[in-house]
Write a protein that binds this ligand. Structure first.
Ligand SMILES: Nc1ncnc2c1ncn2[C@@H]1O[C@H](COP(=O)(O)OP(=O)(O)OP(=O)(O)O)[C@@H](O)[C@H]1O
Length: 256
C-alpha cells in the first residue's frame, strides 16, 4: 500500500530552539497516528508545519492526493495548499471557537465548507447539514442556532461535522478532547472512533492523554524536546516502553 503522507527529516527552529528536530514518519490510508509528549515537546509545531500553517527549515512533507499524484507540500503554491486543506484535509482545533465561525448558525458552519467546494444547491446543502448533525449527535432542531449557544462538547462535535462534510482523507487533530469534562470526552472519543472507522480516515492525533491514544491510535510517536524518542504500535509502546521518558509518561498515568 502506498503511504498517504510521508514526512522526512522535518526540522523547525524558533531562533536557536529546535522545536522539531529531524522528524520522520509515514501515514497509511485508514491509519491513526498518535503523537504524545509533554507540553513544549513540539507536537503542535509539528502539526502546524505539516499543514503549512508555519514554514519549516528542512525536510520533506509529501502527500499522495486523491488522483494518486505525489504533492510536495512545502513548495505547493499557497492557493493550491488552501484548496487542499478545504477538500482533502481537515484540521481539528483544541478550542472549537478557533475551528468554527461563531457568528453564523450551526447549519451554515457545515454548509459553508460545501460552498467552498462548489456545491450551490441550497436544498442539498441543508440536507447534508442535517445528515451531518445526525452523524455527530446534534438534534436537527439546533440547525439554526449559533454555536455560542452550544455546550463545549457540542461545539467540538459541530467542528467535526464542519470538517468531515467535505470527506477529507486526512485529518490533523490538536488535543481534540482537551478542555472537556471526562464524561463529555468519553462520548466524543466514542464518536471519533466510529467516524474514523466508517469513513476510513487517516488521522494524526496530538494529545498529552495516554487514554486517548490507547483508544484511537494504531501507532504512536513519543516526542521530547522536539525529537521522537520512541515510536511503534501503540500497545507495544505503552505496554513495554523502552525509553526512560516514555516509561515516565506511562508510570505517571498509572498513579491514581
Ligand atoms: N511562535 C513561536 N515562537 C517561538 N517559540 C515557539 C513558538 N511556538 C512554539 N514555540 C516553542 O516551540 C516549542 C514547542 O512548542 P509546541 O507548542 O509545539 O509544543 P507542544 O508539545 O505542542 O506543547 P503543548 O502541549 O503545550 O501545546 C516550545 O518550546 C515553544 O515554546
Amino acid at each position: 500500500m502506498q503511504p498517504l503522507l510521508t514526512v522526512n527529516n522535518l526540522s523547525k527552529y524558533y531562533g536557536d530552539l529546535k522545536a522539531c528536530d529531524r522528524i520522520s514518519f509515514t501515514l497509511y490510508p485508514g491509519q491513526v497516528l498518535g503523537i504524545i509528549g509533554e507540553s513544549g515537546s513540539g507536537k503542535s509545531t509539528l502539526l502546524d508545519s505539516i499543514a503549512g500553517h508555519v514554514p519549516f527549515e528542512n525536510g520533506i512533507v509529501e502527500y499522495c492526493d486523491r488522483d494518486n499524484n505525489p504533492i510536495d507540500l512545502r513548495t505547493l503554491p499557497e492557493p493550491r495548499r488552501r484548496k487542499l486543506m478545504k477538500t482533502e484535509w481537515g484540521f481539528v482545533r483544541q478550542n472549537p471557537r478557533d475551528g468554527l465561525r461563531m457568528t453564523v448558525t450551526a447549519g451554515a458552519n457545515i454548509g459553508e465548507r460545501l460552498l467552498d467546494v462548489g456545491e450551490r444547491h441550497y436544498g442539498n446543502i441543508r440536507t447534508e447539514a442535517l445528515e451531518w448533525l445526525s452523524e455527530v449527535e446534534i438534534p436537527h432542531g439546533r440547525i439554526d442556532d449559533f454555536p455560542s449557544t452550544f455546550s463545549g462538547g457540542m461545539q467540538q462535535r459541530l467542528q467535526l461535522a464542519r470538517i468531515l462534510v467535505t470527506r477529507p482523507r486526512i485529518v490533523l487533530m490538536d488535543e481534540p478532547t482537551g478542555g472537556l469534562d471526562v464524561s463529555v470526552q468519553a462520548r466524543l472519543l466514542d464518536l471519533m472512533r466510529s467516524l474514523v472507522r466508517t469513513l476510513h480516515l487517516s488521522v494524526i492525533l496530538v494529545t498529552h492523554d495516554i487514554g486517548v491514544v490507547r483508544l484511537l491510535a494504531h501507532r504512536l510517536m513519543v516526542m521530547q524536546n522536539g525529537q521522537v524518542v520512541e515510536s511503534g504500535l501503540t500497545d507495544q509502546v505503552l505496554d513495554d516502553p523502552h525509553h526512560p521518558y516514555t516509561q515516565q509518561l506511562v508510570n505517571a498515568t498509572l498513579i491514581p
